[in-house]
Ligand binder design. Structure first.
Ligand code: NAD
Length: 437
């Protein structure tokens, strides 16, 4: 099939590449000329494991193309995916749909013959109706169907998630569109990936319900970690103890500094707003949102406490800036709250992240970046681990101890064992665990 993808960011690029790898001919469009030039020159504008090789294979096989000209892409396409950003709208937290609607206008002018238009962006319930209205108003005789097909991939594991998803959700009741969607996802369909066909509203809501639930699960275990610290319990064992119950499950029960990233913060906010608009508030998710925001800031207090009550004049080494490992994405990363809060209390910050320092430099001020972990730690008064990259799990602890001015380690991801750390002589603080159990 011939597919167009509008928006070549994390989701558009990964979707486009994977669809090409399924055998479709895919044209990815973006307004960002630099991004498209990078891709055309064989580069990759984001860090995502495995992406570079997959792009180059599919470009070489002439199944994958990049352009800034939407005309090239949409003319003759049987299906057009909208994968543009839906950030929080400034001021009120609703999803900003201006990019989606602008894309719909542009598509309307170009569709030719029966075309399925698919919202892959995360969009509030009712957005598909509005997209349909926009296109119908602009081109009354167009033959098209608007389908919702939310994306559930995780950055850092995006290719595997896209090619081996837990499920594919498709929101349409139109039989022609259902056939097109089955054809697009045929390799997965044959693979017996569950495909859930729903109406458009249900599909739009499933995406927000999934993210709200996962954000709630993380926030639940984070609050439980705080209680563990007060009562001398170990949150990792609590996670295991409850997670082994099949009704609960073990994933998303790692206590930490609060969730960040390009999805959970904005999506929880948006679903809360939508629910209020419809007079059906989601009070649990409202609390999740509030608790998580406060948690990120409270991590700075935790670090200050671990440093003896003050960081004034101290140098703090930060390992990990991205919101999670294996990505360079800094959107809503906990480091963006923690670092300025420490600086406000008089700390100097040194930092290292394997992939996100370029993006971080745009967002954080007065940070001294190092080119590797030990250089970052050298001479610091304390080490703080914010993101659990694999390379930080395997540090030589003897070397860390020698490099630090004082042996203070604050591990916000629980990647080290409190007993080991105590034995080596660190003053070790983690999340929700007694210091030497
Ligand atoms: P992104 O900001 O990385 O990419 C969006 C791209 O769209 C940008 O490159 C921008 O230049 C381009 N764009 C905007 N308007 C355009 C237009 N009219 N024509 C062509 N290009 C245009 O965003 P993202 O992280 O890929 O997210 C896209 C959507 O997918 C969002 O709704 C997001 O919530 C959802 N989503 C993201 C993830 C994730 O992990 N990032 C996962 C699931 C769903």
């Amino acid at each position: 099939m011939r597919l167009a993808i509008i928006g070549t960011g994390y989701v558009g690029l990964v979707s486009g590449v994977c669809f090409a790898d399924f055998g479709h001919t895919v044209i990815c469009v973006d307004k960002d000329l630099e991004k498209i030039e990078t891709l055309r020159a064989g580069g990759v504008p984001i860090f995502e494991p495995g992406l570079e090789e997959l792009i180059s294979n599919n470009v070489n096989e002439e199944r994958l193309f990049f352009t800034t000209d939407i005309k090239d892409a949409v003319k003759n396409a049987e299906a057009v995916f909208i994968a543009v950003g839906t950030p929080s709208r400034r001021g009120d937290g609703h999803a900003d749909l201006s990019y989606v609607y602008a894309a719909a206008e542009e598509i309307a002018d170009l569709i030719d013959g029966f075309t399925v238009i698919i919202t892959k962006s995360t969009v509030p319930v009712g957005t598909g109706d509005k997209v349909e209205e926009i296109i119908r108003a602009r081109k009354p005789d167009a033959d098209f169907v608007v389908v919702s097909n939310p994306e559930f991939l995780r950055e850092g594991a995006a290719i595997n998630d896209f090619k081996r998803p837990d499920r594919v959700v498709v929101g349409t009741e139109d039989s022609r569109a259902i056939e097109v969607m089955k054809e697009i996802y045929r390799p997965l369909y044959l693979n017996e990936t569950p495909m859930l066909f729903t109406n458009r509203q249900t599909s739009e809501l499933i995406k927000y319900a999934a993210n709200a639930f996962l954000a709630m699960k993380i926030t639940f275990i984070n609050e439980m970690a705080d209680l563990c610290e007060k009562v001398g319990a170990n949150v990792q064992q609590v996670s295991k103890g409850i997670g082994l119950d099949g009704r609960i499950g073990r994933k998303f029960l790692n206590a930490g500094p609060g969730y960040g990233g390009s999805c959970f913060p904005k999506d929880t906010l948006a679903i809360v707003k939508t629910a209020r608009d419809y007079g059906s508030p989601l009070e649990i998710i409202e609390s999740v949102e509030r608790v998580n925001k406060a948690r990120k800031l409270s991590m700075a207090d935790k670090i200050i406490d671990a440093c003896g009550g003050s960081v004034e004049g101290k140098t703090i080494a930060i390992l990990g800036l991205a919101f999670k490992p294996n990505t360079d994405d800094m959107r809503d990363a906990p480091s963006l709250d923690i670092i300025p809060a420490l600086q406000n209390k008089g700390a100097s910050i040194k930092a290292f992240d394997p992939e996100s320092m370029k993006a971080a430099a745009q967002l954080l001020k007065d940070v001294e970046y190092s080119d590797q972990a030990y250089a970052c730690i050298e001479g610091a008064d304390a080490l703080v681990i914010i993101t659990e990259w694999d390379q930080f799990r395997a540090l030589s602890l003897a070397r860390v101890k020698t490099a630090l001015k004082s042996p203070v380690v604050i591990d916000l991801r629980n990647i080290y064992d409190p007993a080991d750390m105590a034995r080596i002589g660190f003053q070790y603080t983690s999340v929700g665990r007694p210091s030497s159990v």
